[in-house]
Design a protein around this ligand. Structure first.
Ligand code: ZN
Length: 81
């Protein structure tokens, strides 16, 4: 990972030195850990199934339904296992 670490205000307990981490690869995400109260945020990835994708495509009027979905890239799934 190539992101940056910094201190952040904990949104749960107000501790001023919770740990923040932001990275921009492979996409922008931020995680927070507070070791005063245990609050944390985490980033997860997933993939909608074909039915959900096509339902959203129809609702958003963004094109014809898809016949199948591509697999998620291994470089993404490895990072967030
Ligand atoms: Zn906290």
């Amino acid at each position: 990972m190539s992101g940056i670490n910094y201190n952040v205000h904990c949104p749960n307990c107000g501790h001023e030195d919770a740990s923040g981490y932001t990275d921009s690869k492979p996409f922008v995400f931020t995680n927070i850990d507070c070791f005063e109260c245990g609050f944390y945020t985490t980033t997860s990835i997933g993939q909608y199934d074909l039915e959900e994708v096509n339902k959203q495509r129809e609702w958003l009027d963004i094109g014809d339904p898809l016949d199948k979905l591509p697999h998620l890239s291994k470089h993404l799934t490895k990072l967030f296992e």
